[in-house]
Ligand binder design. Structure first.
Ligand SMILES: [Zn+2]
Ligand SMILES: [Zn+2]
Length: 118
């Protein structure tokens, strides 16, 4: 009677977790940017990259905010002031405006891009 209680107890190799499952635990995740409050996707690939680099924390900011911060940390590029060909406002561009070439302010540029993409 007592002997039968030990049956089936012990190492069960079939149950051991294999390393393949570790990779499968990465799933796209929706995080909220602490800077602008927008939701952004922390992709499985990014999570893997973070894990590989040994980063303990999830990203706090969306790509745009991270990018903006990265750029803000750099010394400012020389900007040229021109007149926006669309709204007539001040357009700051990172290149010397060429005579006869339309220059747009960032808002108009973004709007035009949106219009073109849609
Ligand atoms: Zn953001
Ligand atoms: Zn403009």
């Amino acid at each position: 009677m007592l002997q039968s209680a030990y049956e089936g107890v012990g190492a069960n190799p079939a149950r051991a977790k294999n390393s393949r499952e570790v990779k499968d635990m990465y799933e796209d995740k929706t995080l909220v940017c602490k800077e602008c409050g927008k939701e952004f996707i922390f992709t499985a690939g990014e999570q893997e990259f973070y894990a590989e680099k040994g980063f303990q924390n999830e990203p706090q900011r969306c790509k745009e905010c991270r990018y903006a911060r990265k750029n803000a940390a750099k010394p400012e590029r020389e900007m040229f002031v021109a007149t926006c060909a669309r709204c007539g406002g001040e357009a700051k561009v990172p290149f010397q405006p060429t005579e006869g070439r339309a220059v747009y302010c960032s808002e108009c540029f973004a709007q035009m891009k949106e219009e073109r993409d849609s």
